[in-house]
Write a new protein. Structure first.
Length: 364
């Protein structure tokens, strides 16, 4: 399941440094605006401690985590919706992704130039959010005029679409994101088809100098995010880049311990982006491989099986399932079975996050 998250923000807020840390791909990071022109793309593992425990208990040789694709978008500036700073090109890159990670600078450093001359994450957020909304408003306005003409002919689909577009236009014109507009199930495919940027789930990344320390900038971003119903992750892009350069897992753990951090901020970021997209994980585990599989919340067992191979969905018979927490409590798979915790589920079973599954199928 290919899902991507755009990393956006003003120039020089830490986007490329964050991307480098996430992917260890060496995207250019420098102290001047528009350092990134073409978007860099990297696939990042979503580390899951549950999978590590499953693999340890089962004695698995190989662990394969779920993954998330991150796209490093060049720095946006005021006027991007009108083409300023190659804004049209960069906005088009954002439209192609599924979610947005909005990096905000939350530290003071006279050696790192800020495009507006001072540090103010709320102002920065407003600049980016306004440009995204203005670009969406222009797109909705164009679609609105076309649909109005068709609706006058009595076309029922056009009449229904027009009602939706009018609601979206009013919201955007009032400075509200499309994701704040209530839509019906019938309208959801239309909204998705428009590829509106403010319809995408938003995650704010508060980039600090020292993670975990009291920070008035982060406190302000947290309050803003809560008011919007958006998610927030605090981390230091510079520190995460330093952690990512450590090859040895023990060294990384010691480094985090010295900083007083329970885990890398990147792991929290990837996990948060994963959850933001309405995804969940189920596991398969054997001697050769323990693996996390990505599915949408609400998917049934056959749909989940289809992620492994389409034949699994087409020939689905039953799924032998147990909760990974039962394995952690009882200690072995045989103990889970002996305690009657393994279940045989059919085609109507709705998957739960943390299920460990063995699919039974038959393809003629």
């Amino acid at each position: 399941m290919g899902l991507s998250c755009a990393i956006v923000g003003l120039p020089n807020v830490g986007k490329s440094t964050l991307f480098n840390a996430l992917t260890n791909a060496g995207a250019v990071a420098a102290n001047y605006p528009f350092c990134t022109i073409e978007p860099n793309v990297g696939v990042v593992p979503v580390r899951d401690a549950r999978l590590d425990r499953i693999a340890n208990i089962v004695g698995t040789a190989t662990i394969i985590y779920a993954t998330m694709e991150f796209v490093d978008i060049a720095g946006l500036v005021k006027g991007a919706s009108k083409g300023e700073g190659l804004g049209n090109k960069f906005l088009a890159n954002i439209r192609e992704t599924d979610a947005i990670a909005h990096v905000l600078r939350c530290f003071d450093d006279g050696d790192v130039v800020h495009v507006d001359g001072s540090v103010n994450p709320l102002r920065d957020a407003e600049v980016i959010n306004t440009e995204l909304a203005l670009a969406d408003l222009e797109q909705v306005d164009r679609r609105l005029h076309k649909t109005q003409k068709l609706a006058r002919t009595g076309d029922k689909q056009a009449v229904a679409e027009l009602a939706l577009l009018e609601r979206l236009y009013v919201a955007l014109n009032d400075g509200k994101p499309v994701r704040a507009v209530a839509v019906t199930k019938e309208e959801e495919p239309m909204v998705k088809g428009y590829q509106l940027m403010t319809a995408k789930p938003m995650l704010y990344v508060a980039n600090t100098a020292e993670p975990g320390q009291p920070n008035p900038y982060v406190a302000a971003v947290l309050q803003m995010a809560q008011a919007e119903g958006a998610a927030i992750v605090e981390l230091s892009c510079k520190t995460e880049a330093e952690i990512a350069e450590l090859d040895d897992a023990t060294e990384r753990t010691e480094f985090l311990t010295a900083l007083g951090l329970p885990e890398a901020g990147l792991d929290r970021l990837a996990r948060c982006a994963f959850e933001l997209l309405g995804l969940q994980t189920y596991f398969t585990a054997g001697v050769k491989e323990a693996r996390a599989w990505t599915i949408r919340r609400g998917w049934t067992a056959p749909q989940a099986a289809g992620v492994i191979h389409t034949d699994f969905e087409r020939g689905f018979i039953k799924a032998e399932i147990y909760d990974c927490q039962e394995l952690f409590v009882l200690g072995t798979e045989s103990a889970v079975g002996g305690a009657g915790k393994k279940r045989m589920e059919g085609k109507d079973y709705v998957m739960r996050d943390g299920d460990v599954v063995n699919f039974r199928f038959n393809v003629w």
